[in-house]
Design a protein. Structure first.
Length: 95
């Protein structure tokens, strides 16, 4: 990821999951070190809320944890995080 961002390979959409969000955030930070202030870079990161975290409170907690892991608030204008819900109807008992 660091190489893809640092070089001009054009990768700007990264699909990830909770298991590697911290490592991805570090790689993005390293890749953005080569970006000058004159450059406009927009990176989109897709991560997921796992089915075990569905339900209002658990989903809210999982989203906050993912945003923290991805350093979403520290990356400034460069990183946009998109969060998907996996299996939104896997269990009728989810509240």
């Amino acid at each position: 990821v660091t190489y893809a961002l640092a070089s001009d390979m054009g990768y700007r959409l990264i699909d990830t999951g909770a298991s590697n969000e911290v490592a991805l955030a570090e790689a993005i930070d390293n890749g953005l070190k080569s970006v000058t202030e004159d450059e406009t870079v927009s990176i989109h990161v897709i991560t997921k809320v796992w089915y075990t975290h569905l339900g209002y409170e658990r989903t809210k907690m999982a989203v906050r944890e993912s945003l923290a892991n991805l350093k979403a608030f520290q990356s400034g204008q460069y990183v946009r995080v998109h969060i998907l819900l996996h299996w939104p109807r896997c269990n009728d008992e989810i509240s």
